[in-house]
Design a protein around this ligand. Structure first.
Ligand code: NAD
Length: 332
């Protein structure tokens, strides 16, 4: 049920057994990792709302049947579904969205419907749910858009480069306005390229690390979009879980805040290929293709804000995280 390499350190001091948590998108990659943590540390009740459009029942099937776990198959595009899902809950972490820049370029309307329309439904439902102590939501580093600044720092955003980035920026604007008008105390976590167990490599819009791990396991040459010098602040999922738990339980904040969630590191795709060759014992060369539209060349976060407010410190850095996830894909 639990991955014994993950979540061996609690990121909370409180007893969770009296608290009820809703995780939208909880059958997805990051959401199901948050669920795993909460179940491991005996949360009173863990409810998942997911329409399984991009998540997998397999990610949560081990928890089915537990008295403190509940799965609701439903769509955040329906306001009543959101309201019902929030009934009786104390905390909400909103992970449901359609990720992927290429998907949003292929079909901006559905990305907007889910990521903006669904988000507004969730905020509206939270406004009418007085028991909710905190809503945390998945924001994105894509909000930095064309800003050339490194490291990326909250307050120095550029213009979005994709429909997906627009949706994530709009989330922040709505959360801010709901904070000012209705007094919602929300925290947006701008994730920087999260990777780890339960991220699917077979999805048509899969992220680079699952695709590369699969290629190395099958001993096939990986394809890089661009020259391989593209860099990212790749962040192992346990760090994202830590940030969510700390943000959910943080009780001092009185207005909407957005903060980066990353390691503050920068790894190029070429460096990743080298590490995967070491981990797998292969000697694979990458095939280089054209750059992808909507992608930024370099990304690296400042994590000063999340560190000073939530006391967040990345626990598992890139190399260790890649080792854990490569092993996970190998033994899957
Ligand atoms: N993975 C990353 O690197 C990354 C980076 C930045 C931001 N994010 C954001 O973090 C969140 C989680 O990402 P993830 O990588 O776990 O993605 P994921 O696709 O694995 O998880 C999202 C989940 O939301 C569900 N979902 C989608 N549309 C829904 C709908 N209409 N109603 C109910 N459920 C719906 C999907 O079925 C899926 O289980 C998303 O909001 C994503 O935009 C992720």
């Amino acid at each position: 049920m639990f991955n014994n390499k993950l979540y061996n350190t609690p990121y909370h001091d409180q007893d969770l057994s009296g608290s009820k948590f809703l995780i939208t998108g909880g059958a997805g990659f990051i959401g199901s990792n948050i669920v795993e943590y909460l179940i491991k540390y005996n949360a009173g009740h863990v409810r998942v709302l997911d329409n399984l459009s991009n998540g997998y029942f397999e990610n949560i099937k081990d928890f089915m049947g537990l008295p403190n776990f509940e799965f609701v198959l439903g769509d955040i595009r329906d306001l009543n579904t959101c309201k019902k899902a929030l009934e009786g809950m104390d905390y909400l972490t909103h992970q449901a969205a359609l990720g992927s820049v290429p998907r949003s370029i292929a079909d901006p309307i559905i990305s907007n419907d889910v990521n903006v329309g669904g988000f507004l439904n969730i905020l509206t439902a939270v406004k009418d749910a007085p028991n909710i102590k905190r809503m945390v939501y998945a924001a994105s580093s894509s909000t930095y858009g064309d800003s050339p600044d490194l490291p990326k720092r909250e307050g120095n955003e550029g213009s979005p480069l994709s429909p997906y980035a627009v949706t994530k920026l709009v989330n922040e604007l709505y959360a801010d306005v709901f904070s000012k008008i209705y007094g919602l105390n929300t925290i947006g976590l701008r994730y920087f390229n999260v990777f780890g167990p339960k991220q699917n490599p077979n999805n048509p819009y899969a992220a680079v690390i699952p695709i590369f791990c699969k290629a190395f396991i099958e001993n096939k040459q990986p394809t890089i979009n661009g020259d391989g010098l593209t860099s990212r602040d790749f962040t192992f999922v346990e760090n994202a879980v830590q940030a969510n738990i700390k943000a959910l339980l943080y009780n001092k904040l009185e207005k909407h805040q957005v903060m980066n969630m990353a390691c503050g590191d920068q790894v190029t795709l070429n460096e990743m290929i080298e590490i995967l060759n070491m981990l797998s014992g292969n000697k694979l060369q990458a095939i280089y293709g054209p750059e992808r539209k909507g992608d930024v060349k370099h990304s690296k976060a400042s994590i000063d804000k999340i560190n000073s407010i939530l006391g967040f410190e990345p626990k598992i850095r890139f190399n260790k995280g890649l080792e854990i996830v490569f092993d996970w894909y190998k033994n899957k």
